[in-house]
Design a binder for this molecule. Structure first.
Ligand code: SAM
Length: 314
C-alpha cells in the first residue's frame, strides 16, 4: 500500500483517526503535554498559519470571501479565517480531526459572544460612570452658576455674563447626549457582527467539488507521492477561482538527507509515509493546469520545514 487513492489513503485515514489524531491534536493545541520536538513543530506550523493569514489579508479584506480549507485538521487555519469574516468550508479525511475542529469552532464562537457581551457591559459601565461624573460636574457648575447669579444679582447686576455658565452647561449636556448615542450605535453595530464558524465536513480531497474564491491546503501534500501530487494539485486548482495556497515539505538535497537519516530511527511519525516535494515539480503541476506561482515563503524551525506558495491563474 504505497499511494494515496489506493491503500496509502486508507492508512492515512486510519492514522489520523487514531494515534495520528492524538499526536497532532496535541501539537496543534495549546497545552504543555508536548515534548521538545513537538513544541518546535507547533511553533513552525503556527508560523505557517500566520504567514497564510498575512498572505491572504495582504490582498484585501476577507469579509465574505469564500475559502475552502482542504485537509483542515483541527481547524488551526479555518477558525481564524472565519474570524476574519471569510465564508469557510473546511474538510478532512479524518472524522476525529473534523470533530475536534467543530468542537474548537463552537468554543470560539462562545468566546466571541462572551467577549461581545463583556465589551457591551464595559462600554455601558464606562458611559455610566462618565455620565455620573458629568452630572456631578454639571451640578457643581449649576451650583456655581446659582451662587454667581445670586452674588452677581445682588452685587453687580450684570445680566449678559450671568447666562454664560448656564449656556456652557447646556452645550456640555448636548455633547454628552450625542456622544452616548454614538457609542450606543457603535456597540450595536459591533454586536451584530456575529462570527459565522466554518462549515466542517468529513471528506477526502478528491471528493471535494464546488467553487471557492480561495483554496488552501496546508501540510497535506506530505501524504501524497509525486505521482499523485499532480492530480491532487490540479483538482484543488479546479476548485479555486482566484488563488490557491499550498504548503509542503520541500525536497532539497539537505532535507532529503535529513529525512533518510530520520527514517533510520523508530518513531511515531513512521506510521505513515512522508513525501517531500521539489518546488519545481509543484510549479510544473500548476503550470500544466494554467496556474502560476505569485508568492513564495519558507518556514523553518529545527524540526519543521515548509515551503508555502500562493498560486493564481496564469
Ligand atoms: N491542514 C491542517 C493544518 O495545517 O493545521 C492539518 C495538517 S495535518 C499534518 C494533515 C491533515 O491532512 C490531517 O488532518 C489528515 O487527516 C488530512 N489528510 C490527509 N490526506 C487527506 C486526503 N486525501 N483528503 C483530505 N484530508 C487528508
Amino acid at each position: 500500500a504505497e499511494e494515496v487513492g489506493g491503500g496509502d489513503k486508507e492508512v492515512v485515514r486510519e492514522y489520523f483517526n487514531n494515534s495520528g489524531f492524538q499526536r497532532w491534536r496535541k501539537i496543534y493545541g495549546e497545552t504543555d503535554e508536548v515534548n521538545r520536538v513537538q513544541k518546535d513543530i507547533r511553533l513552525g506550523h503556527s508560523q505557517t498559519v500566520e504567514n497564510v493569514l498575512k498572505m491572504l489579508k495582504d490582498e484585501g479584506s476577507l469579509e465574505g470571501v469564500s475559502v475552502c480549507d482542504a485537509g483542515c485538521g483541527t481547524g488551526c487555519l479555518a477558525i481564524p479565517l472565519a474570524k476574519e469574516g471569510a465564508a469557510v468550508y473546511a474538510s478532512d479525511i479524518s472524522a476525529a480531526m473534523v470533530a475536534e475542529a467543530e468542537k474548537q469552532g463552537s468554543e470560539c464562537s462562545g468566546e466571541f459572544l462572551l467577549d461581545n457581551i463583556m465589551g457591551l457591559l464595559m462600554a455601558r459601565t464606562v458611559a455610566g460612570v462618565a455620565s455620573a461624573i458629568m452630572v456631578v460636574v454639571l451640578l457643581h457648575a449649576e451650583l456655581k452658576r446659582f451662587l454667581l447669579e445670586s452674588l452677581w444679582s445682588i452685587w453687580v447686576n450684570f445680566e449678559s455674563s450671568l447666562s454664560k455658565p448656564a449656556m456652557a452647561g447646556r452645550v456640555w449636556t448636548m455633547i454628552l447626549i450625542l456622544e452616548q448615542h454614538k457609542a450606543k450605535e457603535q456597540l450595536q453595530a459591533g454586536s451584530e457582527k456575529e462570527v459565522v464558524m466554518p462549515k466542517f465536513e468529513v471528506k477526502d480531497l478528491e471528493s471535494l467539488n464546488g467553487k471557492y474564491d480561495t483554496v488552501v491546503c496546508l501540510d497535506v501534500l506530505i501524504h501524497y507521492p509525486q505521482s499523485k501530487a499532480d492530480g491532487m494539485i490540479a483538482h484543488l486548482a479546479s476548485l479555486a477561482e482566484n488563488r490557491l495556497l499550498l504548503s509542503f515539505a520541500p525536497k532539497t538535497f539537505y532535507y532529503d538527507l535529513l529525512k533518510r537519516v530520520g527514517e533510520l530511527f523508530p518513531g511515531p511519525s513512521k506510521a505513515t509515509r512522508a513525501y517531500l516535494h521539489a518546488e519545481a515539480d509543484v510549479e510544473r503541476a500548476l503550470k500544466k493546469v494554467g496556474w502560476k506561482i505569485r508568492k513564495r515563503g519558507l518556514i523553518t524551525t529545527q524540526f519543521y520545514f515548509a515551503r508555502l506558495i500562493e498560486a493564481i491563474p496564469a
